[in-house]
Design a protein. Structure first.
Length: 157
């Protein structure tokens, strides 16, 4: 019980720190919105050549949960999985969810459920999965292992 409380306190501190990071000028994760089509094309070419899947990460630099997801994706465990199995494309939806709506619709991402929202494509661009219920929308209240489980489920066999 003592360890559970300590773990919860540590997770809470991490979430607060991530929130401050997102607000304090953390590095931009998401490129300018108009760059998304070119980034997607390049990612699909890389995925086909390297037999990887593509993760489309819809969000914005203003989004605390998007920053937390990015931190979790780059921890030591998840970074290895990403490097061996995926190509990630960060798709900037703008501050008021008004950008790249065509891509969100094409890949069945309901932006009204929150961001970050992920879609998984095979190496040829076929949609394999899209988050429909805001599964990572409250990332700051989740743990890195939830990202690990997601990556393990969707990495190519």
């Amino acid at each position: 019980m003592k360890y559970q409380i300590a773990g919860l306190a540590l997770a809470g501190l991490f979430a607060v720190g991530a929130a401050q990071l997102a607000r304090s000028g953390a590095p931009d994760i998401y490129p300018p919105p108009e760059q998304a089509p070119a980034d997607l094309t390049a990612a699909l070419q890389t995925a086909a050549a390297r037999h990887r899947r593509v993760i489309l990460d819809f969000g914005g630099n203003w989004c605390t949960d998007c920053h937390v997801l990015d931190i979790y994706m780059h921890d030591s465990t998840n970074q290895r999985i990403l490097d061996s199995s995926f190509v990630v494309v960060h798709i900037n939806i703008g501050e008021k969810e008004e950008r790249n709506l065509d891509l969100a619709a094409r890949y069945e991402i309901p932006l009204n459920k929150g961001v970050p929202a992920l879609a998984i494509l095979d190496a040829h661009g076929k949609l394999l999965y899209s988050q429909k219920a805001g599964e990572f929308e409250a990332m700051r209240h989740m743990e890195s292992k939830s990202v690990t489980e997601f990556l393990m489920r969707w990495k190519p066999s």
